[in-house]
Design a protein around this ligand. Structure first.
Ligand code: PRP
Length: 213
């Protein structure tokens, strides 16, 4: 057993912002600046090891307790679900899920069952269920914007940050499904076993999140 905490950070867009937050909170993130291919990094001035993982895997590692904490987007949390504490909205990584359709398409103007492509079938299903609307959902792994352009789907449910990808592909966002941002999550057992250490880390992050807003 180690008395160091372990946190899973989502690689990519959220990684740099997570490091910036930690740095402002007094944690030396130098080992994460140039991580190379190495996936676990110990912070030198705080008892924390950072694990770099894909978003859904952050949840898996935290749920199974091999990581005490994680930073992951609410988009992944909504899609994957799971059992853990979601303790803090970190504010960064803010974007939205939107329903988007080809420009000029009257999406609601037909009785035919619509086909929606998405990387997030569960979020998509919940959105249309709450509308009482029956749709066919096709799971796509990336560059979902292609599906309506190729004639596979009538629309997409996807993450929109700047809107540039939609615009570049002739798609118009017609409805916001839900707003999302990065969240700090904690394993339920770790929360009890490492109460004081986790409380310190949450408090440091919370202070910085508050001062940034
Ligand atoms: C995400 C999302 C959109 C794009 C939105 O894709 O799925 O395609 O970013 O960003 P924008 O509104 O700023 O243009 P990502 O880059 O993660 O790649 P992927 O589609 O291949 O998963």
């Amino acid at each position: 057993m180690t008395d160091r905490l372990r946190i899973a950070l989502t690689k990519g867009r959220l990684q740099k912002k997570s490091m910036d937050l930690f740095t402002r909170a007094g944690l030396d993130c130098e080992p994460l600046e140039n991580p190379g291919r190495r996936l676990i990094h110990s912070l030198p001035n705080y008892p924390l090891d950072a694990v770099l993982a894909k978003a859904p895997d952050v949840i898996t590692y935290v749920e199974h307790g091999v990581c005490d904490l994680g930073i992951v987007g609410k988009d992944t949390i909504l899609e994957k679900g799971g059992s853990f504490y979601e303790v803090l909205d970190l504010g960064f990584g803010a974007c939205r899920f939107a329903l988007a359709v080809p420009e000029g398409r009257d999406f609601y103007g037909s009785y035919k069952t619509r086909t929606i492509a998405s990387k997030y079938p569960n979020v998509t299903r919940a959105f249309f269920e709450q509308k009482g609307m029956d749709v066919d959902i096709i799971k796509i792994e990336g560059s979902v914007e292609l599906a309506p352009l190729l004639g596979l789907a009538d629309g997409i449910v996807d993450i929109v940050e700047t809107g540039a990808t939609l615009a570049a592909n002739g798609l118009i966002p017609i409805e916001t499904v839900v707003r999302v941002s990065a969240r700090l999550i904690v394993n339920t057992a770790s929360m009890k076993l490492h109460k004081a250490e986790i409380a310190d880390l949450i408090a440091r992050c919370e202070r910085e999140v508050r001062s940034a807003t």
